[in-house]
Design a protein around this ligand. Structure first.
Ligand code: FMN
Length: 287
């Protein structure tokens, strides 16, 4: 059975009627976001890439430390290697550009030493700060790309093999790839429509955190995802447990099962289990 692709933005999907003066191009771009995993073999012009990179570099950054770096990869062989290292996701090979967003404290350590001081920010907080900086830059790049009519998909699986990736990209100590972003022109047939999110009452709280309507709204979301046939052919089996009859397989059951088996959240999660040790080897101290 084929599923009709709903091309509605999140506003239409959720029946949110914004007054027309609030419906600007930025809101339209943001609410139409969909991760797309298939690209045409067509390069981006340098101007387009420059616009995307400038947007990424314009993201806010903690204390203006700019504790991130972006690596632009276009080389076919390198993309192929990185795709293989990232759970063999073929869309990375297809994308004309693969951007790597790195947490970067190398530069901060370098500047501190060069200025004749002792770097004392060997903390978990520094890693988190740098990872947040990198993520904000990624999101700006994604929005810029989509605003220009391109499509993209973030790639967290780049963290499957951090040490090999670090070697491939000649990362100095203190640089860690947080996520990739494949960008390009959309290949036809890849859209499934804007993916429904949990109801607003679940993820957005007014003044203080509330779980009052959690169960009711989770049940609602389950029905939304079931009717969209989101998990058809993607069910996670329970390790060593027989299938329980009568359990509805929606977001709750899918997510719960994934949480019992982390390798279904992150392909090759077994490799990511030792992240603390790997980060320390790559130059981050996590005190
Ligand atoms: C940090 C991050 C890492 C991601 N990594 C991957 C990935 O490795 N492979 C993939 O196919 N999608 C990846 N995604 C895309 C998510 O699966 C997607 O955003 C989510 O299912 C919601 O769908 P949507 O973006 O179309 O709304 C990633 C998203 C984020 C934010």
């Amino acid at each position: 059975m084929t599923i009709a692709v709903n091309t509605a933005s999140r506003l239409e999907l959720e029946g949110i009627n914004l007054p027309s003066d609030l419906l600007n191009q930025t809101i339209e771009t943001l609410t139409a976001h969909e991760s797309i995993r298939g690209f045409l073999p067509k390069p981006l012009s340098e101007g387009v890439l420059e616009a995307i990179i400038t947007a990424a570099r314009s993201a806010p950054t903690s204390s203006n430390l700019q504790a991130y770096s972006i690596i632009i990869v276009k080389d076919e062989q390198r993309k192929d290697k990185l795709a293989t290292l990232s759970g063999n996701q073929n869309f990375i090979r297809e994308a004309p550009v693969f951007l790597l967003f790195c947490a970067d404290i190398y530069r901060l350590k370098y500047v501190t030493a060069r200025q004749g001081h002792k770097f004392a920010a060997e903390t978990l907080e520094m890693f988190l700060l740098a990872a947040v900086d990198a993520s904000l830059a990624l999101q700006n790049a994604l929005v810029a790309a989509e605003s220009l009519g391109l499509v993209s998909c973030p790639v967290g699986s780049i963290r499957n093999n951090p040490k090999v990736v670090a070697e491939e990209l000649t990362l100095p100590k203190g640089v860690f790839v947080v996520s990739g972003l494949a960008i390009g022109f959309e290949r036809e047939g890849m859209r499934r429509g804007v993916k429904p999110r949990l109801p607003e009452q679940v993820t957005v709280h007014k003044e203080t955190y509330s779980t009052k309507v959690l169960d009711e709204k989770l049940a609602e979301y389950d029905q939304t995802m079931i009717s969209r046939r989101t998990y058809d052919g993607r069910r996670v089996s329970l390790a060593g447990e027989p299938e329980k009859k009568g359990v509805e397989y929606g977001w709750c059951e899918h997510t719960a099962r994934r949480c019992t088996r982390p390798e279904t959240i992150a392909v090759s999660a077994s490799l990511r289990m030792n992240l603390k040790q790997v980060l320390e080897e790559l130059g981050f101290s996590l005190q």
